[in-house]
Ligand binder design. Structure first.
Ligand code: FDA
Length: 304
């Protein structure tokens, strides 16, 4: 009961525009610095270098929510291009994750595609890869349509499929051969489109993981769930899936010990490293997912 109330509260806060706007001026508060790698490209690259030294690869995500003007979307595009250039200059092992609503998807589809082209051209120049994060259900179909369009020109782009959606198994079938990050799903979706029970989401998660791995496609398993990770380890052993055909991914600041253990065991492990001043929505969604994370927030709050 308490968990449901707190989940709803944090989801509500994550979507609250005035709060998100105000938080940009606060600096990283409430312990957010434990899960957000600073406000600037320089601070993010510094954290990526530290992760690389430990054998972990990264994906950088310049945080951004509620982009409603072309100007903001162009700024975000430019920022992503500068991030790709900075990564290449620093020689770090990291790719880039982007959200298309940050690049103008809700303003004008073609404008967003133009922005994606610019980012992908830069990534290609640096021999790097861009992952399109999956957002809420209302953006799922358009994200996949744009991905297909972009894949006609670029092979260095992939996306994310969420196992809580009923459609995900069909999507994984249709996206055979395309690098996918598979996740459980982070948004609040209705029972019309998504499984509501954890058991069903977990079951479907293993279904889509197995399907993508068996099709020979590069698969990123992005989860902090030790049960899922053990099941994947067993499955890849039994089916002789080579270790360079998949990677585990976890978020910056979560289960760092488990991340390192996977590296020690010889698995590819990538850390999703968010940064930037638009940290509030991201931080609230993490608290919604796992209310225990509230200790982060409380520790941070009381240490101010
Ligand atoms: P889940 O939250 O289901 O937890 C399962 C169990 O694992 C828990 O009961 C607990 O025992 C253990 N556990 C989990 N977290 C723990 C912790 N921090 N410490 C200790 N134990 C813990 N979503 C989306 O919709 N679109 C996207 O593009 C992405 N991208 C993305 C990238 C990466 C790298 C990650 C890791 C995740 C995403 N997600 C996402 C989020 C994803 O959909 C999902 O909401 C979260 O990862 C939470 O689900 P988990 O599978 O991690 O475990």
């Amino acid at each position: 009961m308490l968990a449901t109330v707190s989940k709803n509260f944090f989801i509500y806060a994550s979507q609250n525009k005035p709060l998100n706007k105000a938080a940009k001026k606060w600096g990283l508060k409430f312990g957010a610095a434990q899960v957000v790698a600073g406000m600037t490209i320089e601070s993010a690259i510094k954290q990526v270098k530290k992760q690389n030294q430990k054998g972990l690869m990264c994906t950088l995500d310049h945080l951004g929510e509620f982009v409603s003007s072309r100007e903001e979307a162009l700024e975000a595009t430019d920022y992503n291009i500068r991030t790709l250039n900075a990564m290449a200059e620093a020689g770090v092992k990291s790719n880039l994750s982007v959200k298309m609503t940050q690049l103008g998807l809700d303003i004008d589809r073609d404008f967003c595609i133009d922005n994606m082209h610019q980012i992908l051209r830069t990534a290609k120049k640096h021999n790097n890869f861009v992952r399109i994060d999956m957002e809420d259900y209302s953006h799922c179909q358009v994200t996949l349509d744009i991905l297909r369009e972009l894949r006609e020109t670029y092979d260095n782009v992939g996306t994310v499929i969420q196992s809580y959606l009923y459609r995900s198994e069909q999507d994984v079938n249709d996206l055979k051969g395309i690098p996918l990050r598979l996740v459980k799903g982070a948004y609040k979706e209705s029972s019309e489109v998504a499984f509501q029970e954890k058991k069903d989401v977990d079951e479907n998660y293993m279904v889509i993981i197995k399907k993508h791995l068996l099709s020979g496609s590069y698969t990123a398993i992005a989860s902090h769930d030790h049960n899922i990770i053990s099941n994947v380890k067993e499955f890849v052993e039994e089916n002789n899936i080579p270790r360079d055909q998949f990677e585990f991914q976890m978020l910056y600041g979560f289960r760092a010990d488990m991340q390192l253990n996977l590296v020690k065991e010889g698995y590819r492990m990538r850390v999703y490293v968010p940064f930037g001043n638009d940290w509030f929505g991201y931080f609230m969604r993490r608290l919604a997912e796992r209310p225990q994370n509230i200790t982060f927030a409380l520790k941070g709050f009381f240490s101010k």
